[in-house]
Write a protein that binds this ligand. Sequence first.
Ligand code: NAP
Length: 565
Amino acid sequence: MEPIEPALVERAQPVSIDVLVVGAGITGVYQLYRAREEGFSVKLIEAGGGVGGTWYWNRYPEARFDSESYTYAYLFSEELFNEWEWTEEFAGQPEIERYMNHVIDRFDLRRDMQFGSRVTSAVYDESSGTWTVRASDGSEFRARFLVAAVGVLSIPQLPDVPGREDFRGESFHTGNWPTTPVDFAGKRVAVVGTGSSGVQVIPAIASEVASLTVYQRTANWCTPLNNRPITPEEQADLRANFEAIREVLNTSAGGFLHSPHDRATFDDSKEERRAFYEKMWKSPGFAKLGSNYTDMIPNKAANAEFCEFIAEKIRRIVKDPETAEKLTPKDHGYAGKRPPFVTDYFEAYNNANVSLIDLKETPMVRVTETGIETNEGLREFDIIVWATGFDFGTGALARMGIRGRHGLALEEYWADGPSTFLGIQTCGFPNLFFPGGPHGAAANNPRYNGDQVDFIIDTLLYMRDHGYGTIEVDSAAEGEWTNMMNSNAGNSPFLESSYFYGSNVPGKPRRLLLNPCGRLVLHEKMADVVKNDYKAYAFTKEEGAEGRPIRGEEPRRVDRNCSDE
Ligand code: NAP
């Protein structure tokens, strides 16, 4: 082999830009669009081979939205809204990926996007107030602002079961699905996990495989998604009502179109309640949460009655009473865990080739070269599908090698759980933003992530107008927000056993990773920041810039240790 000339192996000069966005999911692409529209020099890098983020990686059979397609999609352009016709109320992954490709081409964003580029380190340089970001493909950027739009469901979590790596057949995690189709026909297949992903895959492959064994640790309160095509009349209605739809989605707590109910459970007679639950059962997706009785979540008796209604449905659908019993949750009420929405899920267990193993009764002992062994023996498989969830909320942020002031590692700073301001920034990491990260909200994700992106852009414009080069959240403001998140955790419907607390990841601190105060409080606090002239932050001036220091003072410097006060 020819020796390589030293000059050729030298690192290329880092690309210098205003904003580096990491992640080509719905949030990152919107951030790229907004930053470019406002005249910032911006690039986006993404580990995957294409656009979509979660919707790129989760391409398992029947992966699909469970928010209505047009409520999940972008609302920043009426032309885009009008020209893209979603074929179904709840679009499948291929259509979602096509949409995202359409968006980046339509707005000419692809030229500033780089795929197959996973961040390996992101280090803040105090002297220049910039981030140096290195990626797996050898590229290097120097950016004034780093926006880590890396998603909450990006790091697949695989169980720590002995022998998992010894399996000689094919195995896949739903969140890291191959881009080439998996051939299930005639195969002996195991699916481990019955969260929202598992319950989508199971009915999708049940009739194709030779045998399907489902390993369930916790049963979930699954109800029908009730997907259907969108008719031409409905398409026309959507277009005609764009402004009204956008208004509701931009201002509502959940970011859905479902109308809230005006009655509590026991305002109605038994017969009326029954009829109402039937209506809920036939309603689309999250209407079971958004349009249910007002007390369905907080009132235990109300929740139990709704659960009993679902349990009855399970018993009626699933022919084998023992299987029906196993499929009925015992340890949580409706919305104690994130409820999945399904198509023919319970029906799948009536297929003779589908069997259910309850891991609480029959624990998994090990994975062998040929299959899965429980305390009842070994079952052999050709394919194992791990539908076992994610290191939610902080998983991706903690793996990017983010180092702030004084070399502080983000994963160390957050060792006891995330500490954030508005779920967007954290003290000690100037000029870093993470929209869609922990403490954001609990709602239709793109809606509140989009609110955060808009807030970030407003902040960058404020800085540009004032000639500021760096921004860092004040530790008191961060402490206040973080305390509010932690002290209100009990108001969230989710139990500590839910992955929203990180409980599925061994060793992870149990902290609610959502914003239990909700999207409207997030809106209120973001508005307060602007109203109070950004006093939650310390700024430093850009060298040579003519900016006014905030509140007429010299820019404050944060030089104390960052702490969760
Ligand atoms: P998940 O909800 O965390 O479910 C993981 C499943 O794997 C659970 O049943 C869990 O049991 C099981 N599991 C975990 N570790 C296990 C182990 N060691 N042994 C046996 N079983 C184990 O993950 P997901 O289903 O991928 O869904 C994650 C989130 O993604 C959803 O909540 C939703 O927000 C989103 N999602 C949305 C859609 C959609 O329709 N739009 C589709 C898929 C996913 P335990 O419950 O006992 O922990």
